[in-house]
Design a protein around this ligand. Structure first.
Ligand code: SF4
Length: 692
């Protein structure tokens, strides 16, 4: 029996083959397209029936969730683009985790989909508001040029007038090199919601966000990232600043990261960066204002109160809960109270300036709107800091020092299930969740505990196998004689583990002549091994994450340099795509369990253990580690011709079915990895590497 997707994917006769001579036959892609097609049709039948029978809001059905683990190499983008566009439930929203995938979709996959479908597909890439220029902010900055600029910002300032005259989108990325990295100037000029004066804005008709909204309204396909999708869901929920329209179908690509993104996007947070921006904007506005003297006076006291808070935060780069013994909570909470009190005077004065009656009311509407917005931002700062320090039930409050200048205060949701339900399951008719790594050792059951999948949703989940021949293309090597790492608080490991791991890495890197990615779980660990490896292997070139080069630059240089080794941290466990000879060895230094002192993970484990002792380890720690490990290992084989070795320097992977603690997880983890032959034999591993 033929399937509607056969016209595109059936071997020989499908349009994919007539449009692209030499297109590979991919059974997995065809299967995936069928699953997506069926899910969208089942969901639309259900919603059409609901609408026909009255469409009462309280009877609105939940969205249908179709999870699809799509192994590397099946061509999953076309596997979901073709059926979702062909289903004509527009607009279709596609959310990705990474920028790389967005570029690949816009530049390669969507143009291909247009050819295969034989129709125009209007696709729009929507980014977060802070990527776009605010015309009002630019005009105000040009009227009162900034007195101090860093060297990089000075270049940006010079480039702005010409670019602003020419750009049709206001997207910062068009500025090329000037768009890279953090910029104080761009922070002041971007179209962030908290500064936008909306209907009071004189530039509203020309505003790049207004234009983006108009483009999106007519789009068949909207590409966003997870963060924008969730931020928009929140804004819509709160009734302000939403950009994205209703869409019947959401394809959540790279869905393995959605739990983490929900935690981040649904957290309440305030930071010293937000404070600095608020102080700066207040100061700037008050300095231009005839009646601004009072604000300036109160602002000094308010800034001192903030400095007092910062002086009570430990100086190390850490993330700690409010109950951490390294923190003196009482004095800190008092300092926050004093800061809120000192800020009340600024708030009241900002409100007074926003509400005053002026002679030329029309001309001053914008100034009043700006003061109203500033007062709202002050109130928001109070609300967030109060909430964070109130430590509400179901939330974990943390303070993170992310470098010498950045302190972030957060209240993180312990349970993201309600947000997943409200924003994703209830927000769309059909939700297609896909990734190369969605299933942990227990299939989709893990998503019941972590995202609130129902029994039916978990059972409905499918897996489409990779076309690669892992048995022949690779080898999984766990060197014999390596002791357990036992990381401890320093994030390093026992001396015996460091010594034997250094020896093993040196031997393997010599056999592979570099061409390797070494994945670490902590910055300290990376630093310790970097020095050792560089002195043991002077003929190899080492590229190190976090030493100045941007990720894309680092990957480009690695690809172009013979005998190179790339040392990477968390973000290199995923999204690194290095097909061909450049990468023949991936070394995983340790099973990537989340840091045991992470306050949010700890709270989640406690809650799970309260349901059933041991569930925290089995249901949260092991599945998260498994998914991350699968991601890391997935860097190795990217095409049918790639060959290579994955080495894991953690003997826990080879634990017997039941170890001395009764933790039967290793066999489950092994079973969920790509089916590489496993060896503990040095000769086999070295021979394989030499043969590539
Ligand atoms: S509408 Fe908002 S973002 Fe757009 S130009 Fe005006 S203030 Fe800026």
């Amino acid at each position: 029996m033929t399937h509607p997707m056969d016209q595109f994917f059936a071997p020989q006769t499908g349009r994919i083959f007539s449009c692209f001579a030499g297109a590979e036959e991919r059974t997995g892609q065809r299967e995936m397209a069928q699953f997506v097609w069926e899910a969208i049709h089942e969901a639309s039948d259900c919603f059409d029936h609901w609408k026909r029978t009255g469409g009462e809001p309280e009877e609105k059905p939940d969205g249908l969730i179709q999870a699809i683990e799509a192994g590397t190499g099946i061509g999953k983008s076309l596997g979901y683009l073709i059926p979702s566009i062909q289903a004509h439930r527009n607009p279709v929203m596609v959310a990705t985790r990474t920028k790389q995938l967005q570029s690949q979709l816009m530049d390669e996959d969507i143009p291909r989909a247009r050819v295969i479908l034989g129709q125009e597909v209007k696709a729009v890439l929507a980014k977060g508001r802070s990527n776009y220029l605010c015309l009002t902010a630019l005009k105000r900055a040009q009227a009162h040029p900034p007195s101090e600029l860093s060297k990089a910002d000075y270049g940006l300032w010079l480039a702005l007038p010409k670019w602003a005259d020419e750009t049709a989108t206001g997207d910062r990325e068009e500025l090329g090199r000037q768009a890279e990295g953090e910029s104080d100037l761009w922070e002041k000029l971007n179209a962030r919601a908290e500064k936008c004066i909306g209907t009071q804005c004189p530039n509203r008709n020309d505003c790049y966000l207004t234009k983006l909204r108009q483009e999106i309204v007519n789009a068949d396909l909207i590409i966003v990232n997870h963060a924008l999708l969730l931020a928009d869901c929140r804004m819509r929920d709160e009734g302000s600043g939403s950009i994205l329209p209703d869409a019947p179908v959401l394809v959540l690509d790279e869905a393995h990261g959605i739990e983490e993104q929900l935690t981040d996007s649904c957290a309440e947070q305030w930071s010293n960066r937000a404070t600095a921006m608020l102080f700066h904007d207040l100061e700037e506005e008050a300095s231009k204002e005839q009646e601004g003297a009072l604000v300036l006076g109160y602002l000094n006291l308010w800034e001192d109160a903030w400095k007092n808070i910062l002086s009570l935060i430990p100086k190390e780069s850490i993330s700690i809960g409010l109950d951490d013994p390294r923190l003196e909570l009482k004095p800190l909470a008092d300092a926050v109270g004093a800061w809120i009190l000192a800020g009340q005077a600024v708030f009241l004065e900002a409100r007074r300036l926003a509400d005053r009656v002026r002679d030329t009311e029309q001309d001053n509407a914008m100034e009043k709107a700006i003061w109203r917005k500033l007062a709202e931002r002050i109130a928001l700062a109070f609300k967030r800091m109060e909430l964070i320090f109130a430590q509400p039930q179901g939330w974990v409050s943390t303070i993170s020092r992310e470098g010498p200048q950045t302190v972030v205060f957060k209240a993180n949701p312990i349970d993201v299930k309600p947000f997943f339900h409200k924003y994703l399951r209830r927000g769309f008719e059909a939700l297609i969740m896909t990734s190369a790594t969605l299933r942990d050792g227990s299939g989709y059951n893990g998503l019941k505990l972590r995202l609130g999948f129902s029994e039916e949703e978990a059972e409905r989940g499918v897996a489409v196998d990779s076309p690669f021949d892992f048995e022949k293309q690779g080898l999984l090597f766990v060197p014999p004689g390596i002791p357990e790492r036992k990381a401890g608080r320093d994030g390093l490991g026992e001396p015996a583990w460091i010594e034997s791991s250094t020896e093993a890495m040196t031997r393997l890197l010599a056999a592979s002549k570099g061409r390797a990615l070494v994945l670490f779980t902590s910055r300290k660990m990376l630093a310790a091994f970097k020095t050792r490896l560089q002195s043991a292997l002077p003929s190899l070139t080492f590229f190190v994450q976090g030493e100045g080069l941007a990720r894309s630059q680092l990957l480009k240089r690695f690809r172009q340099t013979p005998d190179a080794v790339l040392l990477g941290l968390a973000s290199f466990w995923q999204g690194v795509d290095l097909p061909g000879d450049a990468l023949s060895l991936v070394i995983v230094t340790a099973l990537p369990f989340a840091p045991p002192d992470d306050p949010v993970i700890q709270a989640r484990i406690r809650e799970a253990d309260a349901i059933r002792p041991g569930l925290g380890f089995k249901g949260i720690q092991v599945p998260q580690m498994t998914l991350k490990l699968k991601q890391g290992i997935g860097r190795l084989i990217r095409t049918r011709t790639d060959r290579g070795v994955v080495c894991i320097l953690d003997p826990r992977l080879m634990l017997p079915t039941e170890d001395h603690l009764g933790k039967a997880y290793a066999a489950q983890v092994r079973a969920s990895l790509p089916p590489f032959p496993v060896t503990r034999d040095w000769e086999k591993a070295e021979e394989f590497l030499r043969g590539i």
